[in-house]
Design a protein around this ligand. Structure first.
Ligand code: CP3
Length: 343
């Protein structure tokens, strides 16, 4: 495969940084909105033809250097028997863990619920341009744990989950263990079906103190990431709002780390182990400003891009639904046309 994204992951020199965006599959693309008029989100995830189509839309519509599988991190709790529904306002479980005194006893593995994802991977590989790499993913242990306790889509605090983590550590550990076991199986199967890179989305990693994350959760994240790397596939860890916790990120954990928009790229580069590459970290809301302002901000990245070959351009978190996709396309074109002065 001829891919600037895979070359960068493999620490080969390239003339520019590769680019892809978190939440690029779906959400902001008019072509996706068109498909959504006749198909629900769940329908599209469960139909290999549609899922493959949506996975590849950003390659055509934005020109990004990699595709990410059209799926969701909440599929794993669904495979633990939690009954997942995607409502107009967001995802919701039939059995949020707040209902139970001993929630771990209510997690019943049904790994068949993950099979459609493998069919979708097979389909993407069948229909893609052979030089388009495919990124697989799953949720980080803390992020997934938090959603499992969310009783209502309006809850964005995750207070119930964090309260449980403090008040019931032994049950919490059992839940995290169940998540890790299922996530490993899921991730390894994604590799077997042909993904070329794997990202762990620990979007709510910053909900607890960094040292607590390091002690309680990081070993679980590491197990998932290492299970993929052991199969020869590069890994990206996205611990959002991790702050100074980035000092815990080293080459034994992951190959690349994705940096949020709160953290300066140079500070991140200093904190993270030199052998780990960097991904990130444009504030997605930059795309609310005009083209001249966007270009001005992007230009500030040229020195970083010149000096850091092990950098993948991305956002510091995913697209927001009301972002104009033309601004995203503008960013991709700018990255491709800019002289990164790497010779
Ligand atoms: O990046 C991609 O586009 C690939 C597919 C992907 C989705 N969700 C599809 C999706 C990925 C990688 C995710 C990850 C995910 N899902 C995370 C972690 C990363 C992040 O962006 O924060 C989280 C926390 C979830 C849970 C989730 N799924 C929420 C809170 C919501 C509702 C709000 C929202 O962001 O839209 C979803 C729905 C969802 N997942 C959509 C898509 C395309 C929107 C569905 C629609 O079109 O109605």
């Amino acid at each position: 495969m001829n891919s600037i994204f895979l070359d960068t992951l493999n620490k080969k020199d390239t003339h520019r940084p590769p680019v892809w965006f978190m939440r690029q599959a779906g959400r902001i693309l008019p072509s996706y909105q068109e498909l959504k008029k006749n198909n629900s989100f769940s329908d599209m995830m469960n139909d290999p033809n549609l899922a493959a189509k949506v996975t590849l839309l950003p390659i055509n519509d934005l020109g990004v250097d990699a595709a990410i599988l059209f799926s969701d991190i909440l599929i794993v709790p669904e495979a633990l028997g939690m009954g997942l529904k995607f409502t107009d306002k967001g995802p919701l479980f039939d059995n949020p863990l707040t209902k139970f005194e001993y929630p771990s006893q209510h997690l019943i593995k049904n790994l068949d619920k993950l099979n459609h994802v493998y069919d979708n991977i097979d389909k993407v590989l069948e229909v893609r341009n052979p030089n388009t790499p495919l990124i697989g993913f799953c949720g980080g242990p803390l992020t997934t744990f938090c959603f499992m306790f969310r009783g209502h889509v309006r809850d964005v605090t995750f207070n119930d989950a964090i309260k449980f983590l403090y008040s019931n550590p032994s049950e919490s550990k059992k839940i995290i263990d169940a998540l890790v076991e299922t996530s490993i199986e899921y991730a390894k199967n994604q590799v077997k079906h042909g993904i070329e890179c794997f990202q762990l989305f620990e979007t709510y990693g910053g909900l607890i103190p960094e040292d607590m994350y390091n002690e309680l959760i990081l070993p679980a994240s590491k197990k998932i990431l290492n299970s993929v790397r052991d199969l020869g596939i590069p890994t990206i860890f996205f611990p959002k709002n991790f702050g100074g916790g980035l000092k815990y990120v080293n080459k034994d954990l992951c190959d690349f780390v994705s940096i949020d928009w709160q953290t300066n790229l140079y500070s991140a580069r200093e904190m993270v182990d030199k052998e780990v590459g960097i991904q990130g970290n444009i504030d997605p809301r930059l795309m609310y400003s005009d083209y001249a302002s966007i270009e001005k901000e992007l230009s500030k990245l040229i020195p970083f891009g010149r000096d850091n070959q092990d950098w993948i351009f991305n956002l510091g978190h995913g697209f927001l639904p009301d972002i104009d996709y033309k601004k995203a396309k503008f960013i991709v074109d700018w990255i491709k046309e800019t002289n990164w002065k790497r010779d």
